[in-house]
Design a protein around this ligand. Structure first.
Ligand SMILES: Nc1ncnc2c1ncn2[C@@H]1O[C@H](COP(=O)(O)OP(=O)(O)OP(=O)(O)O)[C@@H](O)[C@H]1O
Ligand SMILES: [Mg+2]
Length: 418
């Protein structure tokens, strides 16, 4: 509204009925509604202060102070309250308290439930002040679809998932990290990788190679793409998996030998792409290889050992040569994935639904508190740690059914002749 229009507006208000005009009455109503609203916010804030105080003393997020009359309880002070949704309020921590005291596994859900929510998020403000946000429902309860996106280069981030604070996490395949993914049957490991690989399939400087005994993640879906010749699938010829992995090691060695002067790593390009070595259901591959008849003494190395040592070399030396490993397993037990040393090489670790001990095994003792709840997680919900991030819960994007994966690869997959 311009100044002139505003003038006109006020003027017409006077003309059409003076003090009893509809304009005057509506302003009166508006002011009363505003007063009522403010009173209700104050009443709400007072009630919240009471409930918060009770909850904090019940949960021991308080100080016990000895005074002449006995013991008195001090709880963190609430500052500004915004009814939301989501309900938010600022809190001044007592000396010695940490923001995480409100959101710990023990206190977080109880405090949230007392305040009528599902969970809590704590945001540090200045000094000892933090903001508590009461989340109305599990922010990861709703899935999110993966649009038909592809990256133009391995240096661009692909979508890994969305965290509880609504942040979308990305990861570039050129980042120096091998990726380990564990999860029970049907927890969403493969579906996550459908999303990941479909985003990478078009990049001219990325090659999706690897071994897949199930033949679903790699294999037929990649026919007619430049990636397919570097993939071995199925269980009919387990030795072929060893041959492929040894070829990849040979290529890695060739690259390591030709690192340009004054450089300590290969820069990926169309000629020397970042090779993503996918190892779908790797423990299954090792089991199948170890089940083969052993060669006689002096007549070669058992296939299982060949696979183990090739993968170990890719894991320990591959980063400099633009090789990245993406390993999937139901459980990242050291013996199942080629040893504890191999397991330690995964800088980025993702756990879909797993029993509590498996979660702790891959993410360390920090993850212990999430174990019980994560043991029943829905497909697509995972914990991620690594690359400077604490263990955090996220939902991975879902591309749709398997046919959609095939369609996206057929449409976007880098063709064989490029
Ligand atoms: N992100 C997701 N959102 C919603 N549903 C999902 C998601 N991921 C997987 N699912 C559902 O869970 C089913 C099992 O997923 P998937 O095949 O990826 O499991 P998996 O961990 O690979 O299991 P397995 O160890 O048996 O291979 C899928 O068919 C799909 O219906
Ligand atoms: Mg699977």
């Amino acid at each position: 509204m311009t100044a002139l229009e505003r003038l006109d507006h006020t003027h017409s208000g006077y003309r059409s009925g003076g003090a009893r005009s509809p304009g005057f009455l509506s302003r009166l109503r508006e002011r009363r509604a505003q007063r009522d609203y403010e009173a209700s916010v104050i009443a709400f804030a007072n009630a919240l202060r009471g409930e918060f105080r009770e909850a904090c003393s019940g949960l021991g997020i308080c100080h016990y102070v000895q005074v002449a009359a006995g013991i008195t309880i001090r709880t963190p002070r609430i500052g500004e309250v915004r009814p939301g949704p989501p309900l938010r309020f600022t809190v001044e921590l007592l000396p010695g308290q940490e923001p995480a005291d409100f959101t710990s596994k023990q206190n977080g859900p109880r405090l949230a439930h007392t305040l009528g929510g599902h969970g809590l998020r704590v945001e540090p403000l200045a000094g000892r002040w933090v903001r508590l946000v009461v989340l109305g429902h599990d922010p990861l309860a709703d899935g999110f679809g993966l649009p038909a996106l592809t990256v133009a280069s391995g240096a661009e981030a692909v979508i890994l998932g969305r965290t509880e604070d609504g942040i979308t996490l990305g990861h570039a395949v050129t980042d120096p990290a091998h990726l380990g993914v564990q999860g029970q049957n049907g927890s969403g490991k493969s579906a996550f990788c459908y999303g990941l690989l479909s985003q990478l399939a078009a990049a001219p400087d990325v090659l999706v190679a690897g071994s897949d005994i199930t033949g679903l993640l790699l294999g037929r879906a990649w026919d007619d793409t430049a990636h397919r010749p570097h993939q071995v699938v199925g269980t009919a010829d387990i030795a072929a998996h060893a041959v492929l992995l040894e070829d990849l090691v040979a290529e890695m060695d060739r690259r390591l030998a030709t690192i340009p002067a004054r450089r300590d790593k290969i820069e990926p390009s169309m000629g020397t792409p970042t090779v993503l070595v996918v190892l779908e259901e790797f423990p299954g591959l090792l089991r199948a290889a170890d089940g083969l008849p052993k060669p006689k003494r002096g007549e070669g190395v058992p296939v299982g050992d060949r696979i183990r040592s090739a993968v170990l070399r890719l894991l320990s030396e591959g980063r400099k040569a633009a090789f990245r490993v993406l390993m999937l397993a139901q459980r990242f037990e050291a013996t199942a994935v080629g040893g504890g040393y191999a397991r330690d090489q995964f800088a980025l670790r993702l756990s879909f639904r797993v029993p509590a001990d498996s979660l702790e095994m891959l993410h360390g003792t920090d993850a212990r508190r999430f174990g019980q709840e994560h043991a029943n997680a829905d497909p697509g919900i995972a914990y991620l740690s690594g690359l400077g991030r604490d263990c955090e819960r996220l939902r991975v994007p879902y591309l749709g059914d398997y046919a959609e994966y095939c369609d996206r690869l057929a449409t976007h997959g880098r063709p064989a002749h490029r």
